[in-house]
Design a protein around this ligand. Sequence first.
Ligand code: GLN
Length: 244
Amino acid sequence: MKLRLLSLYPDQMNIYADRGNMLFLQHRCEWRGIDFEVTRCGPGDRFDPGAFDLLYMGGGQDRDQKAVARDLLETKQESMRKAKETGAAILAVCGGYQLLGHSYELEGERIEGLGLVDLKTVREPGPRLIGPVSIEVDLENEKRVLAGFENHGGRTRLGASAPLGRVLHGHGNNGEDGFEGVREDNLIGTYLHGPLLPKNAWLADHLISTGLEHHHGERPELEPLEDSLEQAAHEAALAAARAG
Ligand code: GLN
């Protein structure tokens, strides 16, 4: 079996060690004897949507987002749409998450997003939404808790698209409606980073299973791993969120 990961803008969209998410996916595949292949996709690059099972885009500062937003529309929009339609797993974090929606408005400027999901982000007056966060999600018909860290000025509001989860502690999409992230088909967008996957190993495995199903047509039964360190990382992140 093989998982083919496309890393979108690894140099521009990588804050808070978001790249650690990819290393974690790689190790969990390799520990199970699953081949793992990473392709970098930067400014100006186009990609074949049928050639990847998992697409990943990390967070970025406003200026990095501006730089990649135009390139996303010019060189990657159609392939992103196809990848989503054909069931590839997509994970986008923070600044990457915001760019999946229709737009990000800040200081009188409007950055056009991909419009893959129905949401908008606006930099409204008020403090940045920063701190540890935990959310309850329902993936694979099982309620689970994700723990992480958020730091965003933009407030995201969902239209018809569904949230990834419900905020237990922290701010979430906008600090008001109690929702966090977005989820549609096999696409997940979230403000949680820090990095997200090492603190929530089951989510990494969910993405690996979804990606392998996309490639091989069948959802595999993943071999369990010795996860005591991952469990400790999750509990520490959760305790930080509870303590506020
Ligand atoms: N620039 C965006 C904001 O502040 C996203 C930041 C991030 O990716 N951490 O809202």
